[in-house]
Design a protein around this ligand. Sequence first.
Ligand SMILES: NC(=O)C1=CN([C@@H]2O[C@H](COP(=O)(O)OP(=O)(O)OC[C@H]3O[C@@H](n4cnc5c(N)ncnc54)[C@H](OP(=O)(O)O)[C@@H]3O)[C@@H](O)[C@H]2O)C=CC1
Ligand SMILES: CC(=O)C(=O)O
Ligand SMILES: [Mg+2]
Length: 431
Amino acid sequence: MIKITREDALAYHQQDGIPGKLAVVPTKPLLTQRDLSLAYTPGVAYPVLEIEKDPDLAYEYTNKGNLVAVISNGTAILGLGNRGALASKPVMEGKGVLFKKFAAIDTYDLEINALDPQQIIQIVAALAPTFGGINLEDIRSPECFQIEQTLQSMLDIPVFHDDQHGTAIILAAALLNTLELTNRRLDGVKIVFSGAGAAAIACATHLVKIGVPRQHIWMTDIVGLVYEGRKEQMFPEKQAFANGSRPASLTEVLQGADVFIGLSVANVLAPEMLKTMAANPIIFAMANPDPEISYDLAVAARPDAIVATGRSDYPNQINNVLGFPFIFRGALDVRARAINDSMKIAASHALAALARQPVPTEVLRAYNVDHLEFGRAYFVPKPLDLRVCEWEASAVAQAAIDSGAARLALNMPAYRARLQTLAEKGLSAPA
Ligand SMILES: NC(=O)C1=CN([C@@H]2O[C@H](COP(=O)(O)OP(=O)(O)OC[C@H]3O[C@@H](n4cnc5c(N)ncnc54)[C@H](OP(=O)(O)O)[C@@H]3O)[C@@H](O)[C@H]2O)C=CC1
Ligand SMILES: CC(=O)C(=O)O
Ligand SMILES: [Mg+2]
């Protein structure tokens, strides 16, 4: 377990006298008059005319195919709520760094000063020709649903709201493995969510797709239980998870639950609330930066529990960092039109399977531990594990090909070898 302070974090963001975490770097030589004539006018006119004739050539002559827009309006920055577009920039730059270092994908972060979904849709759709994919981030519910669905229906590149689907993919991998560790089945557990927003609704939807009965899912938010007939703060995506017929508090709903999934805000769980959960409870307190209950308090309250948070500084990190770089890697490499359910489910299974493999010593070194082995303290891969790129991106690419979302086919063994090299380069190259 490592500890960082506010001062450490602020100093990191100004380290080496360079504000921020990401820069744009050229990929072609620009040293001579000839280079200048090729990169700029007159040479640049030739690819312009080629792309006008055949738009697919943008993938050959520009960085479109390896460029993702990371887009936020700052309305749900981590669990900090609406802090505005500008304040979301450190998170969006952070996502960009992870895209680059973990999967060699370039990004532009675009912080949009707009709240109206129609305005955001219009802006993103107009910018789309630049990019091979759109990663929406930290846009609050319910607006995020309309924004993502409308954009995906308008565009022929993947539009992926990371807080929804990235989170759901990792959560499902973690749940598959912890259910096995506690001898439970997907269709035999009571699952309680704190939070009924973008992340919670997408996680619940994904869990239903992999085999959790909808009626086993209980969702709570600031009002309490999301029940049939509730009128306050409802919208259709939340309504789809209404359960029970009367109001109830999180404390009440948690009684006898096998699994707690926190996707809300810090400190909504008190230790005594965990005492009524079933034996060997699974507690995923995933709000960031501070979870619904701290790791230490949860373990102290329920020594028989499996506990995870979204944080990098505690064991068992369930965070969408294990998703978006690698999911986009696979999707971009087959020029997928979208990231569909088959691709998401394949990503979950790939992560769950990788966690069962022996852990290389480089990963132990990166986390300063002597030993990691599939079990209660290690059931999802570590984000700094170079193998995640190969396992997850290839599973996503294969599923895209099999499900018809891909525009390119791949030789899979060669592709997996290329992913290995790419991950090694990404993590060893300077930022
Ligand atoms: N670990 C990970 O990888 C990820 C974690 N998250 C975390 O999930 C949380 C939600 O994010 P997201 O879904 O994008 O945001 P949204 O704004 O879409 O949803 C927030 C949800 O939290 C609920 N909430 C707010 N305050 C409370 C409270 N005091 N008690 C109970 N529920 C409350 C809201 O309820 P209401 O609608 O009634 O206000 C809403 O349902 C954040 O903490 C975020 O950091 C998100 C993505 C990934
Ligand atoms: C991890 C993340 O995307 C979030 O907490 O919003
Ligand atoms: Mg987020």
